[in-house]
Design a protein around this ligand. Sequence first.
Ligand SMILES: Cc1ncc(COP(=O)(O)O)c(C=O)c1O
Length: 404
Amino acid sequence: MVDDILRTPGAVRDAERWTAHNYHPLPVVISSAEGAWLTDVDGRRYLDCLAGYSALNFGHRHPQLIAAAHAQLDRLTLTSRAFIHDQFADFCRELAELCGKDLVLPMNTGAEAVETGIKVARKWGYQVKGVTPGQANIVVAEGNFHGRTTTIVSFSTDEDARADFGPYTPGFTVVPYGDLDALTAAIDENTVAVLLEPIQGEQGVVVPPEGYLPGVRQVCTERDVLFIADEIQSGLGRTGATFACDHEGVVPDMYLLGKALGGGIVPVSAVAANADVLGVLKPGQHGSTFGGNPLACAVAVEVVRLLATGEFQRRSAELGERLRAGLEGLVGKGLVGVRVRGLWAGLDIDPALMSGREACERLAARGVLAKDTHGSTIRLAPPLVITEDEIDLAVAALAEVLTA
Ligand SMILES: Cc1ncc(COP(=O)(O)O)c(C=O)c1O
């Protein structure tokens, strides 16, 4: 095909012309997808190794999820929470059971789940723990990524995410990630919660030292502080377990969930916690027009049912070992570091060779889509329906990119 009849360049130009430039996408224009594969407007196929930042854990257009969405679209899409709808209770109960918690509070985006967690922790601090009014504090980690609201970016340590968005919300203390002593020292009588990603995804799939999460659990229990695990990216099968916390047998007081909960179809997020925590909220104190809507619940309950089979967690664990073996074979051959948990990998490319962006552009040219994160780090998070052969294909493409 000659360049001037390709649809991609014009579509890229139009997208750039009509949107704020708050993203820097790769110049591919996707028009359809199935399973782990994407097709662009010019008919080129790509293996999806990002999966919508883990929002597509079950692949594109999983038949069970699409069927649930279609059926719900034909019946009822929105009521608001002013009324109860017939999909609501099943979703909340089944998600609560998956999490081993009493209650669920549904929202839409991940950032809203984080905001909900912060609000609940503060209210719990004042009403249950007895913290002095206005003094509640939450301990967070360096390198965190919890979303983009003004409160959340207030405690980001990424200047791109934070600079010029002040005045900033007070009430957060930042400590180094993975350092239990620093975290313990930061806790005082006003501390209501510790908010952590059990694995820092945006930071490059950074896994904390073994023992860190159990240590955080223990100190939170001892000091009457809520442990809030942001499993929005790490949860729901991505790491080879339902939750990343499961790898160390840790149960937080609050799970924050999002992304894959919506099956890649609708934005669905949720907070799951016990009644002594979520029970602090009373009518009128928190909510969202679209939170827990019928379409969202109909899809998300099927997501929970897929997870309840254990199949996706198993696939992620088993195929993750293949991914690990492939990627570790490239260390010293263009990669300087690799971190893998299930089907989730952070790869550090030798910065002398190329940037992460350049590597992703070269991967795209070979039919594999991934996304750089910081500098020379790229993140692989393929849909959990990916096959062994497709993993080999992705690793082979990466090997070519690193040696070309
Ligand atoms: C760990 C974590 N928390 C929260 C968020 C925010 O989710 P959303 O983009 O849906 O607001 C993200 C998004 O990448 C995330 O990775």
